[in-house]
Design a protein around this ligand. Sequence first.
Ligand SMILES: [Fe+2]
Ligand SMILES: [Fe+2]
Length: 274
Amino acid sequence: MRLLFLGDIVGRSGRKAVVDALPGLRRRYALDCVVINAENSAGGFGITQSILEELIEAGADAVTLGNHAFDQKDALVFIERYPQLIRPVNYPKGTPGRGASLIRTAGGADVLVINVMGRIFMPELDDPFRAIDAELTACRLKQGADAILIDMHAEATSEKQALGYFVDGRASVVVGTHTHVPTADDRVLPNGTAYISDAGMCGDYNSVLGMDIEEPINRFITKIPRQRFEPAGGPATISGLAVEIDDKTGLATACGALRIGPHLEPAAPAFWAT
Ligand SMILES: [Fe+2]
Ligand SMILES: [Fe+2]
């Protein structure tokens, strides 16, 4: 199975880059499953129903979220109607939507997609480790699902690495999101889980984490907000993780960065020779 994960879409330019590139990527690499984090897709804050529809139309099998999941309040309602829209699993009980979803791909495989949030320098949600353990116990790799992807939405690389090793051999992929900066530590862990601390963002990298640079600089210097954060509007670079999964074991055999756009060194998975 060939799985592609793309990191946080930021604003209109990030959306455009993903929607423009995804149909071609699906064809070129014969992708079986595409998962995208879109917590910043609506003007940098949250997601709308029409954006979700646009991403599904472009070829996303599942869309994950994070601390910005419900910045657009409508998401509290429409999330119930979309099993492919997944918010952090460790929100308080009673939070609308679901934190894990079994996604049937076009090829007939079932991929369990889980979104979870870290707690270091983040809102204090339930224990992410216990929440993930419960999900992996309820739906085991190759019993309940052909592949399992965990989007670990967290600030601290230590917490993300710990979660990676905590589930090594029980999940196909652990991909970090939230920091919007791709890390260079993509690898398959010893027991077969593909891992990267952060997938990077899909957005304009001439920015501070996807936002126009003026207001972030102002806030660091003066500590007084002057205006709201606005997504940077230049052409976007898309960034993510490509994963090859063994159909027999559900574990990863290879993974590597995928980056396309004007800002970062381009990267494409060599193990997906076209
Ligand atoms: Fe984000
Ligand atoms: Fe985030």
